[in-house]
Design a protein around this ligand. Structure first.
Ligand code: URA
Length: 224
C-alpha cells in the first residue's frame, strides 16, 4: 500500500515537473470544488419540508402525532412565530388552530390582512408532552429549519408571539413586558415581539397593548 502511494507521489511529481518545464505553473481545480448549498432564493418551503422529513432529530418525535411545519404565504410580508404546537395543532398538523389560534386569526384580521396572506410557524414543530416548555436540545434541533423557512420567505416583519418565541429568536432573557412593541433585527428582518394570544385569553385587559403593536406593524408594512 505504502509502495503504491510512494509510486503515485513520484509519478505526480514527475508530471508536475514536466508541466513546470512547459511553463504551466498553476492547475484548474474548479471541478473539485464542492458544490455550494442552494441559496435561499432558489430554496423553497417544499424543499425545507422535504429535508425535515419524518423528523426524529429530538425526543419530541416519540409523543407527537403530527409535525406542525407552518403554513401560509411563501412570499408573506408578515410572519408570526409562536412557541410550539398544542393539542389541536398536533392533531391537525397546522399551527394556531385552537382557541389561541382563533384569537390570532382575529389579531391578523385587525390590520386588514388574512391568515393566508401571512405565514405562521412556531419555534418548535412538535408538541411537547403535557405542553411543557420546549427544552434547549429540542429548540436547537428545530432551529435550522425555522431559520431556513425565514430565509425562504424573507418577510419584512416577524411578529414573535410571547416570551418564549421572542427570547429564543432574539437570544435574550429580557422579559416580554420589556421586549414587546419594540423593533429588533434578525438577519436584516424587523422583529417585533408581542404577547402570546393564549396569554391574552387569560388576560384580556392586555389586548390593548397588542393592538398598539399591530398598528405599528401595519405602519411598517404600509411604509415598506
Ligand atoms: N401556541 C403556540 O405557540 N403555537 C401554536 O401553534 C398553538 C398554540
Amino acid at each position: 500500500m505504502d509502495g503504491n502511494i510512494n509510486e503515485l507521489i513520484s509519478d505526480l511529481r514527475t508530471y508536475l515537473e514536466y508541466l513546470k518545464g512547459m511553463g504551466i505553473t498553476s492547475l484548474p481545480v474548479a471541478e473539485n470544488v464542492p458544490k455550494e448549498a442552494p441559496r435561499s432564493e432558489t430554496l423553497t418551503l417544499a424543499d425545507v419540508r422535504t429535508e425535515l422529513g419524518d423528523c426524529k432529530r429530538c425526543k419530541l418525535h416519540r409523543a407527537r402525532k403530527t409535525i406542525v411545519f407552518g403554513e401560509g404565504n411563501e412570499k408573506a410580508t408578515l410572519m408570526f412565530i409562536g412557541e410550539g404546537p398544542g393539542y389541536d395543532e398536533d392533531m391537525q398538523g397546522r399551527p394556531f388552530v385552537g382557541r389561541a389560534g382563533q384569537l390570532l386569526t382575529k389579531i391578523i384580521e385587525s390590520i386588514n390582512l388574512s391568515r393566508e396572506e401571512a405565514y405562521i410557524a412556531n419555534i418548535i414543530k412538535c408538541r411537547p408532552p403535557q405542553n411543557r416548555n420546549p427544552e434547549p436540545d429540542e429548540i436547537e434541533s428545530c432551529n435550522p429549519f425555522l431559520m431556513k423557512q425565514i430565509r425562504v420567505i424573507q418577510p419584512k416583519i416577524i411578529c414573535a408571539l410571547g416570551a418564549f418565541s421572542a427570547q429564543t429568536l432574539l437570544k435574550t432573557d429580557t422579559k416580554i413586558t420589556a421586549l414587546r412593541g419594540k423593533l429588533y433585527d434578525l438577519e436584516g428582518i424587523k422583529v417585533i415581539p408581542t404577547y402570546h394570544p393564549a396569554f391574552l385569553l387569560r388576560n384580556p385587559e392586555r389586548k390593548r397593548e397588542v393592538w398598539e403593536d399591530m398598528k405599528k406593524i401595519a405602519e411598517l408594512i404600509q411604509g415598506q
